[in-house]
Design a protein around this ligand. Structure first.
Ligand code: FES
Ligand code: FE2
Length: 470
């Protein structure tokens, strides 16, 4: 690729003002977060897990699902986070509401399907019923309840609501009714991503993987690219993850992986090998095979071709910078949602804690495409939760929706979960030594600590530059 600009620009971080998706190059100088080792206990301690629940999961904005999963009144979706289950449902007034999915009679998980359409929700145990706005519809045989002799306290027996909001065609929720707004929470990085027009993306696949490791190992596995050369030998053949730009943005962060190039750690960066042809040259138009340049410069040609069609495509290329057109802008919203995409589509990673066990987590992988208007409705494969000990075949899990070479990369990422979880418990482990290419991990763990200590919360979220300076 063209020589990556190595100069840092001395300017405040994060950038503020009127912008949409500022480029990564030249690089921004990040604040100094120190070099202290980070201990392993946070990955397996039950007390730490409880503190995360109390101070983070129950207070931060969480991604639920796509708004277009609710086409009609009665369309519903159930989502689990830790010990909780939530029911989201569109009312007759077209408003999507969120509720704890708990029966008010004896606490049963009320709705036991993941999605569908209903005009009434009925608990399967004794048959109490709720309307799609969460209000109580019926108590079965109320004459048996002496406490209802004076009338059924309908208000008290409605489903317990949870706060919801939307951004980018996504439904989000927050268990803390007094948290800041979603827009305030997402802040500048939320604005950066608006240029992709996520609300026009279509969800084409959603698969979950129960990984035998703490959820933070999964976040850490994807928030640095320092591991590419060692763990993903294929990826450095058609992309660059070596010495990449990283930016801290308040409690969130982003990094840039370069696509359609060859890593500087690879000796031959010029030849169009079959792998580079498949991953970097294909998809560049009918006459792609006529490309005569170096493999490492394919991204330059790709940008040229994208700019040439910007007036005739449905993709919002005109409002995107050149980096966005070809490279992988990788954003993580604290604590657990990552967006990584180009104009044509992308992936969302969501990391969820297990209900009771700090040694397990769920890794949700969601694939999106920005299809041309008028495309036939995409019949997405069923959502599955793949058990780690099933020896998951990732290529098979994503057959038809994700390139098998990239699915294999995911398998490589998942392969460290058990070994990290076990290794960290050793008495000999002296804490993680993180390099500057792993800065997002240090920032993430420090942010966790600041939430747990109560210094930072979503009720008094500091401005992003103030957050980073302290
Ligand atoms: S537990 Fe739900 S109706 Fe009894
Ligand atoms: Fe990886």
């Amino acid at each position: 690729m063209a020589k990556i600009e190595q100069e840092f620009m001395d300017r405040p971080n994060p950038r503020t003002g009127d912008f949409k998706a500022p480029e990564f190059l030249p690089r921004v100088r990040n604040v100094d977060l120190g070099t202290e080792p980070i201990g392993g206990e946070r990955f397996y301690s039950a007390e730490f897990m409880q503190a995360e629940w109390d101070q983070i999961w129950t207070k931060t904005w969480q991604l639920a699902t796509r708004v277009d999963d609710f086409p009609d009144p009665g369309s519903f979706f159930v989502h689990e986070l830790g010990k909780e289950s939530f029911l989201f449902v569109k009312g007759n007034d077209d408003v999507i509401r969120g509720f704890y999915n708990v029966c008010q009679h004896r606490g049963n998980r009320m709705c036991q399907a993941e999605s569908g359409q209903l005009d009434t929700f009925t608990c399967p145990f004794h048959g109490w019923q709720w309307n799609i706005d969460g209000s109580l519809k019926k108590v079965a045989d109320p004459q048996f309840f002496r406490q209802f002799d004076g009338g059924i306290p309908t208000d008290e027996l409605g489903l317990t609501p949870v706060k919801v909001d939307t951004w980018g065609g996504w439904l989000w929720f927050n268990m803390d009714p007094d948290s800041c707004s979603l827009q305030e929470y997402l802040g500048a990085p939320g604005e950066h991503l608006e240029s992709y027009e996520f609300e026009k993306f279509v969800l084409i696949d959603y698969q979950s993987f129960e990984w035998d490791g703490n959820w933070k190992h999964a976040v850490d596995a994807f928030n640095e690219s320092y591991h590419f050369a060692s763990l993903h030998p294929d990826m450095i053949e058609f992309g660059e993850g070596h010495d990449i730009p990283i930016e801290l943005l308040g409690i969130h962060s982003r990094m840039l992986n370069f696509n359609r190039t060859v890593s500087e750690v690879v000796e031959d960066r010029d030849t169009i090998t079959p792998l580079r042809e498949h991953m970097a040259l294909s998809g560049m138009g009918e006459d792609a095979a006529s490309y005569q340049g170096s493999a490492k410069d394919l991204h330059l040609e790709y940008v040229r071709r994208q700019r040439a069609i910007e007036n005739e495509t449905h993709l919002p290329i005109k409002q995107m910078n050149d980096e966005q057109l070809v490279h992988q802008y990788h954003y993580t919203f604290f604590p657990n949602s990552t967006f990584t995409q180009t104009a044509e589509g992308g992936a969302v990673f969501r990391y969820r804690p297990h209900a009771t066990d700090p040694n397990k987590c769920y890794y949700d992988f969601i694939i999106l495409a920005h299809l041309p208007p008028g495309s036939p409705k995409f019949e997405r494969p069923p959502h599955r939760i793949h058990k780690h000990d099933e020896q998951v075949d990732y290529a098979a899990a994503f057959a038809g929706t994700f390139d098998p070479i990239l699915a294999n990369v995911l398998a490589q990422d998942g392969s460290n979960m058990v070994t990290m979880q076990n290794g960290m418990k050793s008495d000999s482990f002296k804490g993680m030594k993180l390099c500057e290419q792993e800065l997002r991990l240090r920032h993430f763990h420090q942010t966790i600590d600041r939430f747990i200590s109560g210094e930072v919360s979503t009720r008094n979220l500091p401005a992003s530059d103030a957050y980073l300076e302290n």
